[in-house]
Design a protein around this ligand. Structure first.
Ligand code: C5P
Length: 410
């Protein structure tokens, strides 16, 4: 039995999708771990699983009707939504996500979601085309901005006989994500100071022009938010991005690689540093004081480039102030693991999150990422996940790392 589950109350909202059947297994696993599970079955979920099976497995009365007088007299929908440690929505259908994103409260499930003051975790599940529709992307982005956490979906076999993105995370994965959320409540990273770089850097050519790259900062910003939710004191040093500053994070905005390094060094010492920024490798040796004229002899062929400082390498080799854990990214288009391993030793960091950024993958600027976690001990492939799910998984791993090193020191 894991202590993060023991005696914890989970309100599970089962949505109307074929993956609803997996929730029966999830309820069983949660109870095995010592959690108390209350369930709201939506009207369409009742087409997929029965109230009797849910009640039998949960050992609790199943809720479903907003206007059930007996229910209201016994517990009341507001209390049901608040008298819990976590709300889990599985499967989170496209329809349920849309209603959540817009704050609708037209049945017991959405009313509870609007009324709750507790963390919410969703396990989306739908057909690939529905998952990829701009409307669903917008709803998901809004939910993430509102602080909703996600687990999955995964790529795989779908009910319609097709294969693709949209399969609900497996019960074991959802259980692990629930464990992370419950740990978050207890502040698994409380007392830890973590530095993270994110976004691109801009290297000025003259007062109006600069060298940049396509990094959106989505992954780095999501990691900062996840770490803050686990109770860490997070300092985010961000290049120019079109994202809002994450909640609960101190954000320092910079433009160039040199400014980014300076800001990072000013924040030392920290317990962990994560370099997720796509730092420009090169800068223009001498930025022109005035806008370079079209006809000027020195441009563009005459741009003289010099190498930028490597922030990851310099934090990894920082002597007395080296963070206990230094993590870098490796964006590669071929021989992912090999290149990541070279980077791990070359830069002297502890973990590398390697991702394939071939244009066909749509990682740069996109919402999803396929990660291989490379450490001195080996490598581990993670399923294709939303960047926020990657962030949650990484934050969980960092919390586990500190918990293990704390135990070893005791
Ligand atoms: O060498 P490469 O740019 O592929 O390495 C990627 C990793 O190194 C990322 O973690 C990135 O944030 C970090 N990096 C850095 N400073 C640089 C270049 C890369 O921190 N100048």
């Amino acid at each position: 039995m894991n202590s993060e589950f023991k005696g914890k109350r989970v309100l599970l909202i089962i949505g109307g999708g074929i993956a609803a059947y997996k929730c029966l297994d999830l309820i069983r696993r949660l109870r095995e771990q010592g959690a108390v599970v209350r369930v709201i079955l939506t009207a369409s979920a009742r087409q997929f699983v029965t109230e009797l099976s849910v009640a039998t497995l949960s050992g609790e009365k199943v809720h479903g009707d907003l206007f059930d007088l007996t229910d209201e007299l016994e517990i009341g929908h507001i209390q049901l939504a608040r008298d819990t440690d976590l709300v889990v929505v599985a499967p989170a259908t496209a329809n349920l996500m849309a209603r959540m994103a817009h704050g609708l409260a037209d049945d017991l499930a959405t009313t509870a979601l609007l009324a709750t003051d507790k963390p919410v975790l969703i396990a989306p599940a739908m057909n690939t085309r529905m998952w990829e529709k701009p409307a669903t992307r917008r709803n998901l982005a809004r939910l993430i901005d509102d602080g909703v956490r996600t687990v999955g979906p995964n790529e795989g076999f779908l009910a319609e006989g097709e294969s693709g993105m949209g399969r609900m995370a497996e019960p074991a994965e959802i259980l692990a994500a629930i464990g992370q959320c419950l740990k978050a409540g207890a502040g698994a990273l409380a007392g830890k100071r973590i530095l993270i770089t994110s976004g691109p850097t801009w290297e000025a050519i003259d007062p109006v022009r600069y060298i940049a790259n396509r990094s959106s900062g989505k992954q780095g910003h999501a990691i900062a938010a996840s770490l803050a939710r686990l109770g860490a004191e997070v300092v985010l040093v961000s290049g120019p991005v079109a994202l809002p500053d994450p909640q609960g994070v101190r954000t320092i905005r910079v433009e160039s690689a040199r400014q980014m390094l300076e800001a990072c060094e000013r924040e030392l010492p920290v317990d962990a540093a994560i370099c997720a920024a796509a730092v420009a490798d090169w800068r223009v040796e001498a930025e022109a004081g005035q806008k370079i004229k079209k006809k000027a002899k020195s441009a563009p062929g005459g741009l003289n480039l010099v190498e930028n400082p490597d922030i990851l390498a310099s934090l990894s080799r920082h002597g007395a102030h080296r963070p206990q854990l230094v993590i870098g990214f490796a964006a590669e288009t071929e021989n992912l693991i090999e290149h990541a391993r070279v980077k791990l030793t070359g830069k002297g960091c502890d973990w590398i999150l390697a991702n394939d950024v071939s244009p066909a993958r749509g990682v740069l600027g996109g919402d999803e990422n396929t990660i291989h976690l490379v450490t001195a001990g080996g490598s581990e492939a993670w399923p294709k996940m939303h960047k926020s799910a990657v962030a949650e998984a990484l934050a969980g791993r960092i919390a586990d790392h500190f918990a293990t090193s704390r135990k070893a020191a005791e």
